[in-house]
Design a protein around this ligand. Structure first.
Ligand SMILES: Nc1nc2c(ncn2[C@@H]2O[C@H](COP(=O)(O)OP(=O)(O)OP(=O)(O)O)[C@@H](O)[C@H]2O)c(=O)[nH]1
Ligand SMILES: [K+]
Ligand SMILES: [Mg+2]
Length: 448
């Protein structure tokens, strides 16, 4: 895929506000011309050059370092000019306005990276990793995103694509030479290759699943009856007094969020309104929101007041939950029990949000459930989109396997393999469409 001969774009690449340095980036065929008019000359390629930046009337706007990267060996693959000036919002704004006057337009969010993708400087998974690195919620997530940027996901995807191409060429040969068809399909090489491919895919799916968790973080929703101690648990896990805690049932009405890191894994912890039968419209709305959160949770922390025990309220909550959703039941307030339970099941943990007892066990269980063991070596970030593509590929490989086992209709087998390849191609962007690109790059910040 090659980029259309684009126009020239400019943006402030540094965050808004005051800072020691502010950077304006310019990319496109007009970058060298803008350097000539604004700086008086095109800086030596890749050499930091002290320069005065002037507006189209020749008035100085700022003084700083200019860098010029001729295409295609630049971030975007086009001629790229970077001006590092004084990082004040007014100065930066004036530099940008001057750029526009010299003949370019404002860049859209992610447009520099989009050009890098269109000019084959990086594939789509790597382009997404740029945004994920910027947005990383923990050090582990940042390291994972860097690995993806360096090609950890792309290389494995390409290896899979190559194996699939070889398999397809075997099957397509069978279609081209029908007289040898039965032989080729009966050939164990096709079956063996397909098996091997399924195994490799399974491994990549597992890696990508962990990667998605690392990138997005896991959603843990705290639910339970009023006064069970949900907000106390949120405060305890977050290690700060985020939520209001009182002895009055119905204290929490809105959804409250805390972000924390569990050995490098980003967690989104959500506190919700107590669930019970209520006619109060405010409480009803709170409960509706609680259920919305619970429906998109990765794990539910069901808090039970151990001094009252589990009852109908909890049974009603359990009945409404997706049976596939992991639930950890937390028997809270054990500090108030004269004889606190010593036995516990892995998904039934006695705790005290007040004293902090049981928190280590709870954290260990969360790590287990999420298959995360704090060992992020080799982990790379991935997105839901990548997992979707891999899952679709898996469906097509299963269908292909069915056709192969049935031993008839090699066309159907070939078609499933073609669809599998198409799904896989979406990850690196070999197969793509405007819609998808628009959605991906719109999430970027301006200037990247
Ligand atoms: N002794 C003891 N009291 C607790 C514990 N956890 C919570 N409490 C008390 O229980 C009461 C309710 O706690 P909250 O954290 O507000 O309970 P909640 O589930 O968020 O309540 P709602 O938001 O009203 O549904 C407060 O008085 C807390 O101090 C605990 O582990 N031990
Ligand atoms: K309360
Ligand atoms: Mg509460």
């Amino acid at each position: 895929m090659s980029a259309p001969a684009g126009d020239t774009i400019a943006a402030i690449a540094t965050p808004p506000g005051r800072g020691g340095v502010g950077i304006v980036r310019i990319s496109g065929p007009g970058a060298a011309g803008i350097a000539r008019s604004a700086l008086g000359r095109v800086p030596e390629p890749r050499m930091a050059t002290l320069a005065t930046f002037r507006d189209p009337q020749g008035q100085p706007v700022d003084q700083g370092l200019a860098l010029f990267f001729p295409g295609p060996r630049s971030y975007t693959g086009e001629d790229l000019l970077e001006f590092q000036g004084h990082g004040g919002p007014v100065v930066m704004d004036r530099v940008l306005t001057a750029c526009l006057g010299h003949g370019c337009r404002l860049a859209r969010p992610g447009e520099f990276t989009q050009r890098a993708f269109l000019n084959d400087r990086m594939d789509l998974a790597q382009a997404e990793a740029v945004a994920d690195l910027i947005d990383a919620g923990s050090a582990a997530a940042a390291r994972g995103a860097l690995r993806t940027l360096e090609g950890a996901l792309s290389r494995r995807t390409e290896a899979l694509a190559e194996a699939l191409t070889v398999l397809r060429s075997h099957v397509e040969a069978a279609l081209d030479f029908p007289e040898e068809e039965l032989d080729l399909l009966a050939d164990t090489a096709v079956g063996d290759r397909l098996e091997h491919l399924r195994e490799e895919l399974q491994q990549l799916l597992e890696g990508a699943g962990q990667g998605r968790l690392l990138q997005e973080g896991a959603h843990l929703v705290i639910a339970g009856r009023p006064n069970a101690g949900k907000s106390s648990l949120l405060n305890r896990l977050a290690d700060r007094e985020t939520a209001i805690v009182t002895a009055i049932p119905g204290t929490t009405r809105d959804v409250l969020r805390e972000h924390l890191s569990l050995d490098g894994l980003p967690l989104h912890l959500v506190d919700t309104a107590g669930l019970h039968a209520s006619e109060d419209p405010v409480e009803q709305e709170g409960m509706r929101r609680a259920w919305t959160e619970m429906e998109r949770a990765d794990v539910i922390l069901l808090v039970v007041d151990a001094t009252a025990g589990e009852g109908e309220a909890e049974a009603a909550i359990r009945a409404r939950l997706d049976p596939a959703l992991p639930v950890i039941t937390l028997l809270n307030k054990i500090d108030r029990l004269p004889d606190p339970p010593r036995e516990y099941g892995e998904d039934r943990i006695p705790i005290s949000a007040l004293t902090g007892e049981g928190m280590d066990r709870l954290k260990a269980r969360i790590r287990d459930l999420l298959h995360y063991h704090g060992k992020e070596e080799g982990l790379f970030t991935a997105r839901r989109r990548h997992l979707d593509a891999l899952e679709r590929m898996q469906t097509h490989l299963e269908a292909a396997r069915g056709h192969l086992q049935a031993g008839v209709a090699p066309e159907l087998l070939a078609e499933e393999l073609r669809l599998a390849q198409e799904a896989l191609g979406e990850i690196t962007g070999r197969v793509t469409n405007e819609d998808l690109l628009g959605r991906i790059f719109a999430d970027f910040c301006i200037g990247k």
